[in-house]
Design a protein around this ligand. Structure first.
Ligand code: ADP
Ligand code: ZN
Length: 723
């Protein structure tokens, strides 16, 4: 009898599984996680289904599987999703597998008993490792002792040293609570008529248990969450599992509270703020079917659900669903694929659907369920333009007199105001008054942004940081560097000067304290503990601030005018969503947009509130230009430490491209971010008709493309977000 072999996919940059011997008595099936030898190391891999076309191997030369891990196996559906994604994105299959394994690499974590947290003063003796650990624990949270060391990337002795110094204290970790199932009948709400109609359709879809895409298209504040909760309830009644994807930052206490009100318990959470220990537990119970509902960020897509009966992508238009590093994929699109593989319905919810989704709904491929009015009859705030060319503020200030007066009235009436500016930090540019030198990142084509809280100049692309120099690096004049333009921190200064009695708060993703502090602050706003919020796009996402009466968009033009066809859509979505935060409570909300281009179609659509007119124009423009979703597109970024090497390789690639009449290749041209982390980037855009298999074309191209030399790299992004 010939020895048994299995094929095992490794979470590395490899496309094909490797063959191994299965030891006598070890039962192995596709999806099982195993330890296998690779060279001199031992790695975790996943037993893969045989494609049937493997080359015969000489069993005598094979190494044996070392052990089967005590993990839940990946279900067949997830294996298919990984295959599908690898084919579609052209990422190595192993790298896609890696996304599904990343969270499950430490089964011991769930059993860890001793935790640590920050308790005392920062120690006298600081090392890089100590600083890293302290920064990691800086959010005040308890982490398992070994987990803290591993996640901060320091040795366990660093943890012990800080305990001895009194900087950290140890705590006994309570056992993880058992998963109490959410109760679908805990508190069933009374729905409005429109909500009821939509909820019925979704409940029917859940009962029928077949694939279908539903666009829950409701204005901000219309009660979309309550509607999809009914579909979740139905899924639980049917004994299946539901996955709710949210942009990471929308996973607030407020969302969890609402879930708890409806179902009696919290959902299982899955995002970067969840501890490894907790993840290990969630992972197991998702696989066993004990966890009924997961609310998570995009990585939750790769959880090994036992019986997935419903998927929801809330705020489906949100750009945060697109992952650009590593495997380039769009979580919304992959959620649709996963739903199809699971034979389950999927709900895409938004007040401002992406153009892609809107077109699918218009074509009838997605079923639209509309909620045209706000729950409880509140009105969506009207937006008034403030023309910065005529009615702008004096130089060096950013709040126009009209907006200032409106904020004043709002505060006097006891309401909250929100000022939206999509610029992190203090000032987007720092320049020398004497010689005009501009502070730029040493390794990117980007200006350094001043962050005053952190007292640093920062590159928003590579993370480079440096103290603000005391003299100009070019002409050496002292005290000559000045900030130019506003960021949210600087805007807050203006707010404090104009309204000294108001409690103001900056909400921006890069303030100290991490996700947990941000969540606490969002909750403080919701509770009315803040009068004026100054925020970046962070505030646009799905929050419910009942006391918010006024929204001022400080510079609506920020995102426009970069020549990116998606800029108009993004600006429309962002401003519309931000404005939609206002007027959700008792008082009617109002919004103002400061702009230099009040006649721009985006501004007109925002002011008139004519969403359909905006979509009509945008969709017609895309169709005319054969842009997605009317054509397919891929971006190829060729990068190298030398600009000419990147450009030359990009040209060789074009020369090697298979000639087919359907495909047009644009470029090479310098990529929008021409230098990133010291690498020069050239871009090719590949365009084809909608019903053309672009991924296959790209694979054929790659097969005949010249090999990369030196440090040249080629990154492929199918369905790029900017084009
Ligand atoms: P959307 O997500 O569509 O912007 P939300 O789901 O946040 O809207 O709902 C807006 C507000 O209306 C929330 O405070 C929500 O609790 C409330 N609400 C919506 N539907 C109902 C309902 N059927 N009964 C009671 N309150 C509701
Ligand atoms: Zn940089």
């Amino acid at each position: 009898m010939s020895p048994r072999t299995v094929v095992v996919l490794l979470p590395l940059g490899l496309d094909t599984p490797y063959s191994y011997l299965a030891p006598e008595g070890m039962a192995l099936a596709p999806g099982d996680l195993v330890h296998v030898p690779l060279g001199t190391k031992s790695v975790v891999g996943c037993v893969w289904p045989r494609a049937g076309a493997e080359k015969p191997v000489d069993a005598g030369k094979l190494k044996a599987v070392k052990a089967r891990l005590d993990y839940a196996p990946l279900p067949p559906e997830l294996l298919k999703l990984i295959d599908w994604m690898a084919d579609y994105t052209l990422a190595p299959r192993g790298m896609v597998l890696r996304m599904a394994l990343r969270h499950g690499e430490s089964p011991g974590a769930a059993r860890e008993r001793v935790g640590v947290r920050l308790a005392g003063p920062v120690p006298g003796r600081m090392t890089a490792a100590r600083a890293r650990l302290i920064e990691f624990l800086g959010d005040g949270f308890v982490r398992g002792k070994t987990e803290a060391a591993r996640e901060a990337g320091v040795s366990p002795s660093v943890v012990d040293g800080l305990i001895d110094d009194g900087t950290l204290e140890t705590v006994v970790l309570p056992p993880e609570p058992a998963a109490y199932p959410p109760d679908p009948d805990h508190a069933v709400p009374t729905l409005s008529e429109a909500q009821g109609t939509a909820a019925e359709a979704l409940k029917e879809a859940v009962k029928a248990h077949g694939f279908g895409v539903y666009l829950l298209d409701g204005v901000t504040g219309s009660g979309k969450t309550e509607v999809y909760f009914e579909a979740v309830a139905q899924t639980i009644r049917a004994g299946r599992q539901a996955l709710i994807l949210l942009p990471e930052i929308a996973l607030t206490q407020a969302f969890l509270d609402r879930f708890t009100l409806r179902f009696g318990v919290r959902p299982a959470e899955w995002h970067s703020g969840v501890s490894t220990r907790r993840r290990a537990k969630v992972l197991n119970e998702v696989a066993s079917g004990d966890v009924k509902v997961v609310a998570g960020a995009r990585s939750a897509l790769f959880l090994p659900f036992r019986d997935l009966g419903l998927l929801i992508v809330d705020e489906e238009h949100d750009p945060a669903y697109k992952q650009e590093d590593g495997v380039a994929y769009h979580a919304r699109d992959m959620a649709v694929v996963r739903a199809r593989l699971a034979g389950a319905p999927i709900i895409l919810a938004s007040a401002t659907p992406s153009i892609e989704t809107e077109v699918n709904a218009r074509r009838g491929r997605y079923k639209r369920l509309a909620l045209p009015v706000r729950f409880g009859g509140a009105k969506v705030p009207g937006l008034s333009p403030i023309d910065l060319r005529k009615d702008g503020p004096p130089r060096g200030r950013w709040i126009a007199p009209r907006l200032e007066a409106e904020i004043n009235d709002t505060l006097e009436a006891g309401g909250q105001a929100l000022l939206f500016l999509n610029r992190r930090g203090y000032a987007p540019l720092t320049l020398c008054r004497s010689c005009g030198h501009r502070m730029r990142c040493p390794s990117c084509t980007a200006w350094l942004v001043e962050h005053r809280y952190r007292r640093r100049l920062t590159c928003h692309h590579c993370g480079y940081q440096a103290p603000v120099p005391e003299e100009c690096p070019s002409c050496h004049a002292k005290d000559s560097l000045v900030p130019v333009g506003p960021g949210v921190e600087r805007l807050q200064e203006e707010v404090q000067a104009l309204f000294p009695a108001a409690r103001s708060l900056v909400l921006s993703s890069d303030l100290l304290g991490g996700v947990e502090r941000m969540r606490a602050e969002l909750d403080a706003v919701a509770k009315g503990e803040v009068d004026v919020v100054v925020g970046t796009q962070l505030v646009a996402k799905g929050h419910n601030f009942p006391g918010l009466a006024l929204v001022g968009v400080v510079d609506a033009d920020v995102g426009l005018g970069h020549g990116d066809p998606r800029a108009a859509e993004r600006t429309f979505q962002l401003v519309h969503q931000v404005a939609g935060r206002a007027g959700r409570g008792k008082s009617e909300g109002r919004g103002f947009i400061q702009t230099h281009m009040p006649e721009h179609p985006v501004m007109r659509a925002l002011v008139t509130g004519d969403r359909d007119a905006f979509y009509d124009t945008e969709i017609a423009a895309r169709e005319e230009a054969h842009l997605p979703p009317f054509g397919r597109m891929a971006g190829l970024i060729v990068s190298a430490s030398e600009g000419h090497a990147a450009e030359a390789h990009a040209r060789r690639l074009v020369a090697a491209a298979p000639m087919v009449p359907e495909v047009r290749i644009l470029g090479p041209a310098e990529a929008p971010l021409a230098i990133l982390r010291g690498r020069h980037r050239w871009r090719l855009l590949v365009r084809s008709p909608r019903n053309f298999d672009l991924s296959r074309y790209l694979r054929e191209w790659r097969a005949v493309a010249p090999k990369v030399t030196g440090n040249v790299k080629v990154a492929i992004d199918v369905d790029p977000q900017s084009f």
